[in-house]
Every structure is written in structure tokens, then in C-alpha cells.
Write a protein that binds this ligand. Structure first.
Ligand code: KG4
Ligand code: ZN
Length: 359
């Protein structure tokens, strides 16, 4: 089964062709991506209008490239898919309309894929991880713990009640005058910093609920910046290291609760699995912490390669192929959904307002 998929929900224009074999494993035949980094960097974040225009310009060449690299024609595809939410509406419309037009013109099936489902199912493509497993999704727009029970079968166990973790990294960088996106820069500076110099809060410490909160940490960073010399590299590095330490400890303390819950829920699983996805998963210090945490809790830790942790179209093609294998398709009058929780039943979390456009 061959699927061509388009991903345009934020600032990456991507297309990919993925093959799903009868035994349920997958193979990536092409995975093309054009970042709009330069278009947005000057503004210190993603500008929705600029993103939509860039998607409209880039989508045709990226789709052509993905088909060419896969060694297949459009006529070989079993379906055409596109991310249909959540994300920035302008970009979603570009991807969904293009995929629909291609499906209609070629008589192929069409699927509108939830971007979060793409992240959630990636571990099946890369590591053949079997259901159920626990997923930590940490990106610029989401910080969630999800129980992945099967294709289309998710339970959201935890979410952030304010800022997403990537957003907290980006805002910390901004407060320190570091370039966007802030995550990699904060990590780099933290390497020579003293993680004990600033006593930043560990939000939600001791709370029984599984959720996250990061806005208090950002406020503490803002206060700390009042006392430092921005020209002094060590001062900046110390804030970065102290911030990262607070993040790592917070994540760890919160996540233990989810690991425990998973073990109680599935006591007979021989090898429970913890999967991490999202741009923040690039952070080496957090990866090390997660690796140790998983090992201590008796979990196998799976971190898909970085190109498949951050936004890409291969994960959308794979999610579409998994749905297709279950007999799922979507009608051509499907409309994009800028907001679309993976777990429709999960109650909206107190305090969780707008968390930015990225997923
Ligand atoms: O998944 P992603 O590429 O895009 C979406 O948000 O969907 O994640 C981007 C986020 C940004 O907030 C960026 O600052 C953060 O991931 N990030 C990192 C690192 N690399 C990227 N955060 C911490 N450490 C990193 N090394
Ligand atoms: Zn994403």
C-alpha cells in the first residue's frame, strides 16, 4: 500500500511517500521538507500569513520531489493524504486543497490526518512498536502524555495547563536576547552554565494530577534576567542551565506518575514502552533524563530519529496508511480543523488556553 502525504500545518512544507507492507511494517520511500526558517526568523516566531503564502509557493515542487524520489508516479498511489488539523488555518487549507485536488483528478482515496496522530504513530513505523504504549509529545505547541492504544484510539492523560515546553524554551531564549527558535540555543548555552546558580521553581511539584505547567518558570526567568549582565556569557549560560535543570526535574517528577499509571493499567505487559516525539526531544540532556527514567521504571525507551520527531510528512503518510488498512477514508468535502484534540473525549483542561499554533 502506497500513500503520498502532505504536511503544511505550521512552518514546514513537506511531502512524503510511505509504503505499508502486509505484515504491518512500513518503509519510507521519500521524505521531503522545505523549512521556512528564513522567512520567519526576522520576526522571532512563525507569522501565519507568511507561512500560508510560503506553503502555496512551495507545495507543488515539494510534492513533485517526493514522488520523484520515491520512484513512483501518482498513478501508483493508493491514497493521497494531508494534515487537516490542528495547526494554522492558512497552511492547512493549502495542504488539504492540494491533496483533495490530486485525489479527485486521479480517482484516488483521500484522507485528512490529525497531525498529532502522525506524531503518535511514528514509533510503529520506525521501531515497529506494538500497542499499547505511552507517548510523551513535547513540541512548540504541545506538551502531552498520551496512551496510544491503537490506530484512532488515544487517551490523553496529561497536558500543559499553560505554555508548551518548546514555547517555554523559546520564550526563555527571547528574554535572554537569543535567536529563534530558542530550544537549541538554550541547550547550547546551558552546556557551560551552572544549573544550581538560579533556584527556579519546579511547577506542580507534589500535585497528584498528571498535567504540566511552565509559565511560572518563564516568569522566574524574567525576574532573574533583571539581575544579570546580558553581555556576560557566563550569566546567560547559568540562566540557561538552571532553566534546563528545572525543566528536566519537572518533566521527570510529572512523568513518573504517568509511568506508574501505565503499569497499573497494563500489569501483564512484558515490556512497557515509553516513546518521545516533538522538537524538544532533540534536547540531549532531556533525552538522557528520559532514558534513565524509563530504565528505572522498567520501560523500553524509544526516540525516533530527529527528522521523524519534528514535523514531517512521512508520519502523516504512515498514519494515513494505518487508517487506510482499517478501511478508513475521508470525504472530499472534509474541512480543516485548526483545533482538533486527538482524544475528543478528553475534557478541556483548566487553564489551558491558546497554546500557540504549532503542534
Ligand atoms: O516539533 P517541532 O519541530 O515543531 C512543532 O512545534 O510542531 O518543535 C519545535 C520546538 C521549538 O519550540 C524549539 O525551540 C524546540 O522544539 N526545540 C528544542 C530543541 N530543539 C528544538 N527545545 C529544547 N532543546 C532543543 N535542543
Ligand atoms: Zn508537530
Amino acid at each position: 500500500m502506497l500513500v503520498l502525504a502532505l504536511e503544511t500545518s505550521c512552518d514546514e512544507t513537506a511531502a512524503a511517500v510511505v509504503e505499508r507492507l502486509p505484515d504491518g511494517t512500513g518503509r519510507i520511500l521519500s521524505n521531503c521538507i522545505r523549512s521556512q526558517f528564513d522567512d520567519h526568523a526576522a520576526f522571532g516566531g512563525v507569522v501565519p500569513e507568511i507561512a500560508a503564502r510560503a506553503h502555496a509557493e512551495l507545495i507543488d515542487p515539494v510534492v513533485r520531489q517526493a514522488l520523484r524520489q520515491s520512484g513512483h508516479d501518482l498513478s501508483d498511489m493508493d491514497a493521497i493524504a494531508a494534515t487537516s488539523g490542528p495547526g494554522l488555518i492558512g497552511g492547512l487549507i493549502v495542504g488539504v486543497m492540494t491533496a483533495k485536488a490530486m485525489a479527485a483528478a486521479s480517482g484516488k482515496r483521500f484522507l485528512g490526518v490529525n497531525h498529532l496522530e502522525g506524531h503518535a504513530l511514528t514509533a510503529g513505523l520506525t521501531d515497529n512498536v506494538q500497542f499499547p504504549y505511552l507517548l510523551l509529545l513535547v513540541s512548540g505547541g504541545h506538551t502531552q502524555v498520551l496512551l496510544v492504544r491503537g490506530v484512532g484510539n488515544y487517551e490523553r492523560w496529561a497536558t500543559t495547563i499553560d505554555d508548551a515546553l518548546g514555547e517555554a524554551f523559546d520564550k526563555t531564549a527571547k528574554l535572554l536576547g537569543l535567536p529563534w527558535p530558542g530550544g537549541p540555543e538554550v541547550e547550547r548555552r546551558a552546556m557551560i552554565g551552572d544549573p544550581k546558580r538560579f533556584d527556579f521553581p519546579r511547577p506542580m511539584r507534589g500535585e497528584k494530577r498528571l498535567d504540566f505547567s511552565f509559565s511560572g518558570l518563564k516568569t522566574a526567568v524574567r525576574m532573574a534576567t533583571l539581575s544579570i549582565d546580558f553581555e556576560n556569557e557566563q550569566d546567560v549560560a547559568d540562566i540557561c542551565a538552571s532553566f534546563q535543570q528545572a525543566v528536566a526535574e519537572t518533566l521527570q517528577e510529572r512523568l513518573i506518575l504517568s509511568l506508574d499509571r501505565f503499569k497499573i493499567r497494563f500489569p501483564d505487559l512484558a515490556e512497557p514502552v515509553l516513546v518521545v516525539a516533538g522538537g524538544v526531544a532533540a534536547n540531549q540532556m532531556l533525552r538522557t533524563m528520559l532514558t534513565n527514567l524509563a530504565a528505572k521504571g522498567g520501560f523500553r525507551f524509544v526516540a525516533p530519529p530527529m527528522v521523524l520527531c519534528t514535523d514531517n510528512a512521512a508520519m502523516i503518510a504512515w498514519a494515513a496508511a494505518c487508517r487506510l488498512a482499517k478501511g478508513d477514508t475521508d470525504p472530499l468535502d472534509l474541512t480543516p480543523r485548526p483545533r482538533w484534540p486527538l482524544d475528543e473525549k478528553s475534557a478541556s483542561t483548566f487553564g489551558s488556553g491558546r497554546k500557540g499554533p504549532k503542534a
